[in-house]
Design a protein around this ligand. Sequence first.
Ligand SMILES: Nc1ncnc2c1ncn2[C@@H]1O[C@H](COP(=O)(O)OP(=O)(O)O)[C@@H](O)[C@H]1O
Ligand SMILES: CC(C)(COP(=O)(O)O)[C@@H](O)C(=O)NCCC(=O)O
Ligand SMILES: [K+]
Length: 257
Amino acid sequence: MLLTIDCGNTNTGFAIWDGTSFLASWRCATQHQRTADEYYVWLQTLMHLHRIDVTITDVIISSTVPRVVLNLRVLCDRYFDTRPYVVGKPDTLLPVDVRVDAGTQVGPDRLVNTVAGWDRHGGDLILVDFGTATTFDVVDTDGAYIGGVIAPGVNLSLEALHMAAAALPHVDITQPQRVIGTNTVACMQSGIFWGYVGLIKETSARIRAERGRAMKTVATGGLAPLFQQAEDLFDSYEEDLTMHGLTVIHRFNKENT
Ligand SMILES: Nc1ncnc2c1ncn2[C@@H]1O[C@H](COP(=O)(O)OP(=O)(O)O)[C@@H](O)[C@H]1O
Ligand SMILES: CC(C)(COP(=O)(O)O)[C@@H](O)C(=O)NCCC(=O)O
Ligand SMILES: [K+]
């Protein structure tokens, strides 16, 4: 049984893949201090609660936070008696090319999304991932990752307003009824929400223009549906895009190494 681990700057997702479907998935806050023992107790408890009685034999990790990988490796070694595949490491192969400037360390999550998008839709894609940062990953006709865009994440932007301006409170993101806010919270929500709708539209349109071709847009990350409900911004929303990519990379490595 395969355990897929997607470690973002804010949260880390764990999912169990039986070769056909995900049996369960869980999330915890990303903390590099968390030990292998802590991960294991937490995972075991959740597996028991969900009556998932399986043996983990394989693990694949994508981590945008290099420091957490050490303890995840210890988890794999001590409790699952396996060596994990770590996306971005030389001994983990990718089924697609990466064509960026020499020396650039592309976020592994972006490579995983590329593989997932290529597997599900073929090439010429724009993948939009709403995480700590909002990333646009551009996938070439042959599935290669050829670059993209990194914008501040939605919550990060709201947090930055609150942190930097004494009179601005902490607010949650929602779709405002009106553009013109008549109180501070409504003004902030409008700025972030409609500003983001604009960011997504403009960025996608400019990527298409620069590529000079039609491209499908696939969104992932918890906040994508909020924007999609306001305007038709994406061709599809796939909550499990990154986890799916991890299963594809795992299979590829099993077959080719
Ligand atoms: N379904 C959701 N509804 C509201 N906020 C969400 C949802 N999913 C994620 N977020 C927020 O978006 C931010 C980024 O979350 P996450 O996707 O876990 O990022 P990362 O992958 O970078 O760890 C966090 O602040 C989180 O609270
Ligand atoms: C852009 C990111 C911070 C996004 O991370 P996330 O929001 O998923 O936590 C991550 O993909 C990263 O650290 N990238 C390295 C630079 C690059 O991709 O070019
Ligand atoms: K991400």
